[in-house]
Design a protein around this ligand. Sequence first.
Ligand SMILES: [Zn+2]
Length: 274
Amino acid sequence: MTGLKPCGECDTCKFHPEIAELCNGGEIFGLLPGPKHYLNGWFGEYMKVNKGGVVFNVSDMDRDLRILIEPAAVIVHAVEQAKQIFNFKFNSYVLVQGCGPIGLLLLTMVRCLGVRNIIACDGDDKRLKFAKQLGAKYTVNGMKPGAIEKVKAITGGEGAEMVFQCTGSPKAASVAWKYVRRGGSFCELGFFTNNGDTTYSPHLDMCNKQIKACGSWTYQAKDWVQAFDFLKEAKERKLPVTKLITHKYPLDKMNEAMEMNISMKGLKIAYVAK
Ligand SMILES: [Zn+2]
């Protein structure tokens, strides 16, 4: 079932259904508290499906692939936003900043779309190694000095044509603008919570480079249909996408699972029914 259900009654829902994910009165199952969302948590044994929720039959996908559907829908939505400002080609230089589950799934999708020159950027060399298995051609450790120069060297001195910012770090988000070439594009999808403000140079980073920028927020039901096919495509290409699920816990080990998630030692931490 899709995580997000727009209210269907507000101005956005009625007159701008193409951006229904921006409805202020909508519900996100398992994320928002309150009586309206009673029994909606993903961790519950039962879940109340509200009227208007969209349910898909995904029994043709194995369990590990199904675990990745929700984040994959986030990625589909972001790539659809990016397509409005960037024309993906086989030889495009696409940089993905942040190799957590979102960044890694994103670069896998960009690879499945046919792009060959993917640059993964992260501060963790283990994650960068995994990024290569999923389709990144180049890796840059963004925590080490000279990262901007390294990106320039990879891209013939120009910088990346398209940059996806997938970290939740304001500091990293500030640096991401420096990786974009003149005339390039930028998509921000890393901040699902407000982690604070950041800075950029309006002259150097945006105006002078004539950058096209977009943000991406959650998804719509239609994005989930593409998410299914993307995950199947990744599996057919033998891209080890299910290796993103580094830990599995039964429901009664919820505290351990939460601690593992907070420790950031794993990637995707999953609850699996016995
Ligand atoms: Zn609405």
